[in-house]
Design a protein around this ligand. Structure first.
Ligand code: ADP
Length: 475
């Protein structure tokens, strides 16, 4: 089997070792072997990026935008093939895999335009004859470390603005999903990026990750809270700029006056689609007394009808869990919830035609807000219902968490919808919509323990990927 190599200074370079990329829908299906970068290779990649930076940072926005547009075009043209590969390596359904490739292409195209829209400021002088201007410049070399759950979209929404604004990149995809990352690097290279501008260094988070952090000017990371905290501690040693997107424990409030069907759909979609493996997934349904029993019945019915199976099989709505470790962790949380006294529906391990990590979605009812299942991120198809008396209690419970990524409410009351929007301690709020499901032209990020640093995406991305210069001129 061919080993997919790392990309260093415009060349494909084999690693000392490689890891097998396995399909979670069918563990007999090997997608490929992917090189693991050595520490020397990370250093080579960093040197190549440093060497490429002066020329790349001085290219025009037109040149950079054109390269990104070429890459976006190829991604879209190959959406079926890339989407299938993504679904094979990650386990999301084929329509979701193809949808993610389309999204990645839209993101890259958006940032091709952003290259041209980067703004500065010229302000009125306060000293006679002294002009002052504020401009944005590229930072240098950016480390981009991505997770497995959106292996092409998240990588695209970090790499595209980094390149659009004139930075060079060291990119490390997650160990579980190197194929999408490899394809993205290959597409950017063939779109015309000069050598060294984008370097792909695959491999283990604990070895390749720290080496990247030590070598770059800024790190954009999406992943777990624990890893994010470790990155922050390491990056501060060298005063490296960081942007961390981490976990969520996202609430969906359902009030008595909600449209039951809208609420149940938002709940089932938000909690279970994509096997619950989204940082914006709803995991706490906070439901007022008057609709509680009807809501639980409606969600239970819809959950029971979900088709769980091989990600590439037509009709599958929920694919497998990404790997054995994540499956074990989900099952452990099912035990924890039961031991805490919650009532569990669903959550069985499932057998399918192929060996994979299949489980039914699980719903806990009769839970308390302080249970571990309501405080810790599970990252699987597991949600719980917390019964509350009224809106005020619902808002308080929704905000009673160390996280603050996305928060939703289902209600037909403008008063409560607006109040929730104003007082929710989350970076994203949703009214009568699932907590997950976002657009690419607006900022994305959370508050409290969910995020650290400035926002990603939309025009706000420039905050992270550029540095401000204030220039005084007397002439
Ligand atoms: P998950 O548990 O969902 O895999 P992680 O936070 O472990 O989330 O992984 C997200 C990304 O961070 C992956 O690319 C992973 O390889 C990387 N990573 C893991 N550990 C470290 C580390 N110590 N330093 C830098 N990156 C890391």
């Amino acid at each position: 089997m061919t080993v997919f190599a790392n990309l260093i200074d415009g060349e494909w370079v084999a690693g000392d070792t490689a890891t097998q990329n396995i399909n979670p829908s069918d563990t007999n299906d090997v997608i490929g072997d992917y090189a693991t970068a050595s520490l020397v290779q990370v250093a080579d990649a960093a040197a190549a990026a440093r060497a490429a930076f002066p020329a790349w940072s001085r290219t025009t926005a037109q040149v950079r935008g054109d390269i990104l547009t070429t890459a976006a075009d190829e991604m879209l043209a190959r959406k079926a093939e890339l989407g299938e590969m993504l679904s094979r390596e990650e386990g999301k359904t084929l329509p979701e895999g193809i949808g993610e490739v389309i999204r990645a292409s839209q993101v890259v195209r958006f940032f091709a335009g952003e290259a041209l829209r980067l703004k500065g400021e010229k302000l009125p002088p306060v000293r006679p004859g002294v002009d002052v201007e504020v401009t944005r410049e590229p930072l240098g070399v950016i480390g981009i470390i991505t997770p497995w759950n959106f292996p092409i979209a998240i990588a695209a929404w970090k790499i595209a603005p980094a390149l659009a604004f004139g930075n060079c990149v060291l990119f490390k995809p997650a160990e579980l999903t190197p194929a999408s990352g490899w394809a993205l690097a290959d597409i950017f290279l063939r779109a015309g990026l000069p050598k060294g501008v984008l370097n792909l260094v695959m491999g283990s988070g604990s070895v390749v990750g720290p080496a990247i952090i030590d070598a770059v000017d800024a790190v954009s990371f999406t992943g777990s809270v624990r890893t994010g905290r470790g990155i922050a501690e390491r990056a501060i040693q060298t005063m490296t700029r960081i942007q961390l997107e981490m976990g969520g424990k996202n609430p969906l409030v359902v009030l008595d006056d909600a449209d039951l069907d809208v609420a149940a759909d938002a709940a089932v979609n938000g909690a279970f689609i994509q096997t619950g493996q989204r940082c914006t997934a709803s995991s706490r349904f906070i439901v007022t007394e008057g609709i509680h029993d009807r809501f639980v019945a409606a969600v239970t019915e819809k959950m029971g009808k979900l088709a769980i199976g091989h990600a590439l099989k037509a009709g599958t709505q929920i694919g497998p869990v990404v790997d054995q470790r994540q499956l074990d962790s989900n099952l452990r949380y099912l035990d924890i919830g039961t031991d805490e006294g919650a009532k569990k529906t669903g959550g069985a391990l499932l057998d399918r035609d192929t060996p994979g990590f299949y489980m039914a979605p699980a719903l806990f009812t009769e839970t308390h807000k302080d249970m571990r299942i309501n405080r810790e991120e599970i990252f699987g198809p597991v949600a719980s219902v917390i019964r509350v008396q009224d809106y005020d209690e619902a808002l308080a419970v929704a905000n009673d968490t160390e996280f603050g990524l996305s928060a939703g409410i289902c209600t037909t009351s403008l008063k409560y919808a607006r109040d929730f929007q104003r007082n929710s301690e989350a970076g994203l709020t949703m009214v009568n919509l699932p907590t997950a499901g976002l657009d690419y032209h607006v900022p994305f990020g959370g508050r409290k323990g969910s995020s650290y640093g400035v926002r990603e995406q939309g025009s706000y991305a420039a905050e992270f990927y550029t540095i401000v210069k204030t220039s005084y001129i007397s002439a």
